[in-house]
Design a protein around this ligand. Structure first.
Ligand SMILES: [Zn+2]
Length: 247
């Protein structure tokens, strides 16, 4: 009886480990607020993270605010092209809105604005990014992660956008990646300790989409980000671009 139970337990463990091997937990870095224009240049923090990704042979995802490309800075655009996975780099660039503007306390670019405006912002953003860099967005994440029912319809104007980061299950046409835990305790401030506490409390699995604003990180935040990445790597998490993660 003991032997039978032991054998069954062993078999259970084996099949469980096979399951993990087949579907490894995947971390996706959602790093917001790239601007690449003459008026607002690319923040230095993005270069630091891109260099880290290159050195560690890993992947990151940078969200572009696209009105900055109406008057693009040539050096910043060259940086985007060089770092894009399509060109052998380590970053997937994704659509993070046209102007990222808030209107009052309760409205923002994709929350409370009419369908025509939302549609135009998305289509113009996809087009200017393609025209400026030769690249195509495949994922969207709304400014402030705020959106409404119009957004799901507006997104249909951009069929190349197949993924909605921190979206809603109400959007049935795109792959939605939900939010679970955070590494930033405030916008632009990473805390390794807070992350570990959340990780141990919630024990995430599957795709872990972690948001950061690396353009605003100081040395402490950058170092804590690296600690989070190293911790997840030791725990067996693999890092992918957002498009690869949902394949
Ligand atoms: Zn943002």
């Amino acid at each position: 009886m003991f032997l039978k139970n032991f054998t069954m337990t062993l078999m259970g463990l084996m099949s469980f480990s096979n399951l993990i091997a087949a579907t490894p937990n995947t971390v996706v870095w959602k790093l917001d607020d790239v601007r690449a224009g003459e008026r607002v240049r690319l923040p230095q923090g993005f270069k630091r993270v891109a260099d880290w990704a290159e050195k560690n042979k890993t992947f990151v995802n940078f969200g572009v605010i696209c009105d900055s490309l109406t008057n693009p800075n040539a050096e910043d655009v060259a940086w985007i092209k060089k770092n894009a996975v399509e060109n052998g780099g380590r970053a997937e660039f994704w659509l993070h809105g046209w102007d990222h503007k808030k209107s009052g306390d309760k409205a923002s670019e994709f929350l409370g604005s009419d369908l025509a405006t939302q549609t135009k912002h998305l289509r113009d953003a996809c087009d200017i990014f393609n025209k400026t860099t030769g690249l195509t967005f495949h994922a969207f994440g709304a400014p402030y992660n705020q959106f409404d029912d119009n957004t799901f319809i507006a997104l249909d104007a951009c069929p190349e956008l197949k993924i909605f980061m921190f979206g809603s299950k109400k959007d049935t046409k795109r792959k939605v990646i939900a939010r679970s835990i955070n590494m930033e305790v405030a916008t632009g401030k990473v805390s390794f300790d807070a992350f570990i506490k959340a990780y141990n409390d919630k024990k995430p699995s599957g795709i872990l989409l972690l948001q950061g604003h690396c353009g605003q990180w100081d040395d402490n935040s950058f170092n804590d980000f690296v600690k989070v990445a190293n911790f997840l790597s030791k725990e067996g998490w693999v890092t992918k671009t957002v498009s690869k993660a949902v394949e």
